[in-house]
Design a protein around this ligand. Structure first.
Ligand code: PEP
Ligand code: MN
Length: 341
C-alpha cells in the first residue's frame, strides 16, 4: 500500500505518520521526490483501512499495490534510482554506463584490455574472478588473485569494477577488497542465501536475469536484496533460454521498457551473453540502447580467439570502439527532445 502525502505536510507531521504506521507493526519506505512524498507501507496491509488513512489531514490519496515486489516497485519510488558506483560513475536517471572487459580475468593482459576499453569510452571494467562454468574441468577463474588484478587496473585507470560473486561466504572478501559492483550471475539469480547476504552490504549489485526467469521473478530477486537494506540494485537483461539454437540465448529487448515501467531501478543489458556470437553483439547493443537501457555490459578481449571463456562472443578493441561511437549516437537520438511542428 502507498500513501501519497500532501505537499503542505511538515516534516514533523510526516514523522508522526510514519511512527503511527510502524507502531502497528508495518515497515515503511519513504520516497521524497521534487513534488511528491510517497510512503510505502510494507506488511499485511489488508489490516489497514485505506479510508482511515485518507481521513488524515496530511494524506492526499491511498493506493493498494498488488505486486509482491514493494521496494523495487516504481509505485513506491516514482523517480529513477541513481546508483553511485565509485570514481564518479553514476547509473540511472539519465546516467548511462558501459561496463566492458574480458569474460574472465586471465592475467596481466587485463591491463591492456582495460586501457583499450577505457580509451573507447567504457566507464566501468568488468571481469570474472570466480567463474560459473558448466563443466568442472573448465577454467574456474583466478579467484582472489583475479580480484587483486582487477582492483589494480581499477586504481591505475580510475574506473570502478564489476565482478561476479558466486558464494555468500565471499561477500566479506569482495567488500574488504573494495570491489565496486558485485554481479550476481544468471545461474545464481534465485540463490536466495546469496541475495540476502549481498543485501546486508551497501555495495551496488548487478543482478542478472536467470536463464528462465520471468520479469516478476527477477524483481522478486531484487526485492530479496533490497529487503535486507541494500537499495543499490541494477537489473540486467542477458537473454533467456528458448527453443532457438542459432544464438546462445534469446535477447528479450521487451524486458528493458517493461522493467523500467515496473521499477525505478537502473536496467542494464548484456548483449554478449544474450547473443553468444561476436557478429550479433553490436546489433543487440544498439537495440538495447534504443530501448532505453541505462547501461550495457559487453565482453571485450585483446585477442578473442585466446579467451579462456566465451571466446565466440568477445569483441576486439576495434569492434568495441566502433560500437561505442554508434551507441553514443543512438543515446543522443533516444534522449533528444523532438520539437512538435
Ligand atoms: C558473465 O557475465 O560472465 C556471466 C557468466 O554472465 P551470465 O551470468 O549472464 O551468464
Ligand atoms: Mn562470459
Amino acid at each position: 500500500m502507498i500513501a501519497l502525502v500532501k505537499q503542505s505536510a511538515t516534516d514533523e507531521q510526516l514523522a508522526q505518520f510514519i511512527a503511527w504506521i510502524e507502531d502497528r507493526g508495518f515497515k515503511t519506505h519513504v520516497s521524497k521526490g521534487d513534488h511528491d512524498t510517497v510512503v510505502g507501507i510494507i506488511g499485511d496491509t489488508t489490516q489497514i483501512d485505506p479510508f482511515l488513512l485518507e481521513s488524515m489531514s496530511i494524506i492526499e490519496r491511498v493506493q493498494r499495490v498488488s505486486e509482491p515486489f514493494k521496494k523495487a516497485n516504481r509505485k513506491f519510488h516514482p523517480q529513477d534510482t541513481v546508483i553511485d558506483c565509485g570514481y564518479g560513475v553514476r547509473v540511472g536517471g539519465g546516467h548511462f554506463v558501459v561496463m566492458a572487459g574480458p569474460c574472465a580475468v586471465e592475467g596481466t593482459n587485463l591491463f591492456e584490455i582495460a586501457k583499450m576499453a577505457k580509451r573507447a569510452g567504457a566507464t566501468m571494467l568488468r571481469g570474472g574472478a570466480y567463474k560459473p562454468r558448466t563443466s568442472p574441468y573448465s577454467f574456474q577463474g583466478m579467484g582472489a588473485v583475479g580480484l587483486d588484478l582487477l582492483l589494480e587496473a581499477s586504481c591505475q585507470l580510475e574506473m570502478p569494477v564489476v565482478s561476479e560473486i558466486m558464494d555468500p561466504r565471499d561477500v566479506q572478501l569482495f567488500c574488504d577488497k573494495g570491489v565496486h559492483v558485485m554481479q550476481i550471475g544468471a545461474r545464481n539469480a534465485q540463490n536466495f542465501t546469496l541475495l540476502k547476504e549481498v543485501g546486508k552490504t551497501s555495495t551496488p549489485v548487478l543482478l542478472k536475469r536467470g536463464m528462465s526467469q520471468t520479469l516478476d521473478e527477477l524483481l522478486m530477486a531484487a526485492e530479496y536484496v533490497m529487503s535486507e537494506g541494500n537499495p543499490n540494485v541494477m537489473l540486467c537483461e542477458r537473454g533467456v533460454r528458448t527453443f532457438e539454437t542459432r544464438t546462445r540465448n534469446t535477447f528479450d529487448v521487451n524486458a528493458i521498457p517493461v522493467l523500467k515501467h515496473l521499477s525505478h531501478l537502473p536496467v542494464i543489458a548484456d548483449p554478449s551473453h544474450a547473443t553468444g556470437y561476436t557478429r550479433y553483439v553490436r546489433p543487440a547493443a544498439y537495440a538495447a540502447t534504443a530501448a532505453g537501457a541505462d547501461g550495457l555490459e559487453i565482453e571485450v578481449h585483446d585477442c578473442p580467439s585466446k579467451s579462456y571463456s566465451d571466446a565466440a562472443q568477445a569483441l576486439t578493441g576495434e569492434q568495441f570502439a566502433d560500437a561505442m561511437t554508434r551507441i553514443r549516437l543512438i543515446r543522443r537520438a533516444v534522449t533528444a527532445t523532438l520539437e512538435e511542428e
